[in-house]
Ligand binder design. Structure first.
Ligand SMILES: O=c1ccn([C@@H]2O[C@H](COP(=O)(O)O)[C@@H](O)[C@H]2O)c(=O)[nH]1
Length: 276
């Protein structure tokens, strides 16, 4: 974060955004959308998060242009977080991690989002790849959408005792993994996704634990369109704010290509004040 900053711009070529940018609603339009965003970010913003779904919907041609978008982002010196939210039995998850984390593969990214619904222990293959190739994982813990609460606030039962919430348990497992594999690093390679819109207390997420070295990075969606305010990052994440990647997609690009310049300047200035 010292090198790349806290701001991450999401590349989500929604249909209405392609239309607003006067681009065709096709893989070609999604390609151009991604490249134009990357061009604006170079030397100003350090991290991008392409939302793979908006490319996947165009099938093979969508994946082909996504490869180019990743390549352009890498060439511009950006960190690429592939928002793919994959999860499965370990052996299948291994293939997903080969696709998204292995150097030289067409869809290689720096980090991927991953879904723990089938159990944290299915992550062994991607965790090993993360260590081997110096990549990152962001595990969904407390997602920004309001519908998530019914699953993520549920408490586990340990014998006759009520245990942690699902979200709190996942976050604690990620922090534990980082501590057990710290290797002298100040930040772990396993991060968590925690929406900026959630109630951390209700979810029983221990932000102090996430801020215990090696810190657990937090990928925080929900800023902008989903209602969280960029200026509130420290209030929301407390001790862990310094580990937060503030990510926003629609709000950055809704005013078109020129509006993106203004949005970048505004949000960089807001975050500079917030982190001062
Ligand atoms: O909990 C989550 C996890 C991922 N997302 C993704 O982030 C962006 C948010 O887009 P905005 O336009 O800034 O709302 C999108 O790609 C989601 O799939 C999330 O919103 N919440």
């Amino acid at each position: 974060m010292d090198r790349y900053g806290h701001l991450c711009v999401g590349i989500d070529p929604h249909t209405y955004l392609l239309e607003k940018w006067n681009l065709p609603v096709s893989a070609v339009g999604a390609h151009e959308f991604g490249l134009r965003i990357i061009e604006k970010l170079e030397n100003r913003v350090g991290i991008v998060k392409p939302q793979v779904a908006f490319y996947e919907r165009f099938g093979a041609s969508g994946f082909k242009v996504l490869e180019d978008v990743f390549e352009a982002a890498r060439a511009a010196g950006l960190i690429v977080i592939a928002d793919v939210k994959r999860g499965d039995v370990g052996s299948t998850l291994e293939a997903y991690s080969e696709a998204w984390l292995t150097p030289g593969m067409p869809l290689e990214a720096d980090a991927m989002t991953i879904n723990p619904y089938q159990g944290f222990d299915t992550f062994r293959p991607p965790l090993e790849m993360t260590e081997k190739y110096h990549k990152g994982l962001f595990v969904l813990a407390a997602t920004s959408n309001p519908e998530s609460a019914s699953v993520q606030t549920a408490r586990r039962v340990r014998g006759s005792q009520e245990g942690r919430t699902v979200a709190g348990g996942i976050a604690a497992r990620a922090a534990r993994w980082n501590r057990e594999h710290s290797d002298g690093r100040t930040k772990g390679s396993v991060g968590v996704v925690i929406g900026a819109t959630v109630d951390l207390e209700m979810l029983d997420i221990d932000v102090d634990d996430l801020a215990t070295e090696p810190d657990t990075p937090i990928l925080a969606p929900g800023f902008g369109h989903q209602g969280a305010n960029f200026a509130d990052v420290r209030r929301i994440f407390g001790k862990s704010a310094d580990n937060v990647i503030v990510t926003s997609s629609r709000a950055m690009v809704e005013d078109g290509h020129d509006g993106l310049d203004r949005a970048i300047d505004t949000q960089l200035a807001t975050l500079e004040t917030a982190f001062a």
